[in-house]
Design a protein around this ligand. Sequence first.
Ligand code: PHE
Length: 351
Amino acid sequence: MREQLHNLKNEALALIQEAKDKKELETLRIAFLGRKGKVNQLLKRLVQLEEEEKVQFGQLINEVKRAIQQTIKSKSSTIHAKGRAGTHHPSSIKDFFDPTLPGAKPSQGHLHLVTQAIEEIHRIFEKIGFVRVRYPEVDWDWYVFESLNMPKGHPARDEWETIFINQKPHPKMGKVVLTTHTSNGQVREMERVGQPPIKMINIAKCYHRQQDITHTIMFHQFEGLLIDKEISIPHLKGVFDHFAQEFYGPERKTRLRPFNFCFTEPSFEVDINCPLCLGKGCRTCKGGWHELGGAGMVHPNVLKAGGINPKEYTGFAFGWGVERTYMMKSSLKIEDLRLFYSNDLRFLKQF
Ligand code: PHE
């Protein structure tokens, strides 16, 4: 039996060393170590032996078993490694490596198009003296609504419109909300600067409870605020035309339409002329103009809330959506605003 065991071991190891692939190896494993394999057959014969021999042979069989197992394992990893190398360098001609070839360039990413838009908007306003600031995107009701002259029952303060944070209201500042607009920066900027002139451009994230092809729950706005002595509507119009020409091109201009905001008086909606007909009216724009966003002369109550004397100073403010403003560049036709935030590289790589 000792000799039998010895032969079995030699036979197994030799066959395993010669195995060419995983399949062959597996067949050998079953033949030697399987339930009905050669090693088990020898184990079954142990019962016929004397007690002392049983222990001796039992140990020997286990040693043989372990040796076979180990050889299979190391052979299996050499087959695996060879297989992998083989797919990359199957033959000598393909092994040829030309060190003079230029290397493969690592692909380079770029800033998200909203970030690009924000940088461009910032540069345009910076040139005419506006200072970029950023105010909280989670803020007190006081800065988002109350200090902006918005009455308690205003629809924007409704739970259907605004996302409130589940936190105990502050005795003076009220509830905590995800900012619905960047206008929360107005009174904060008046508090920061104190004495006008104030020339701020606040670019930040805003939130509302709406999502469809023209709205995303999270979006960006840029808010301009200019307060000084004798500021009037022509100043506001001049700044908008400057922006329109810098951002959209020399032939573009803006127009003002009367509107209503609680924090400005008078208030306007600002339109930009259509890139195709330049305002005459065509099939794509209907009336010749596209809406950009809101604006107006800062309401005296808002100046007062920011500690500024409305008899001495006046100012204007405007708040427009970054994504919307960007989408209106003449060369771009983005049909669904949600694409901005879908993380789809096929879309993002184009900008
Ligand atoms: N906050 C307004 C909005 O989100 C826009 C606006 C800003 C209007 C400043 C007037 C003045 O629609």
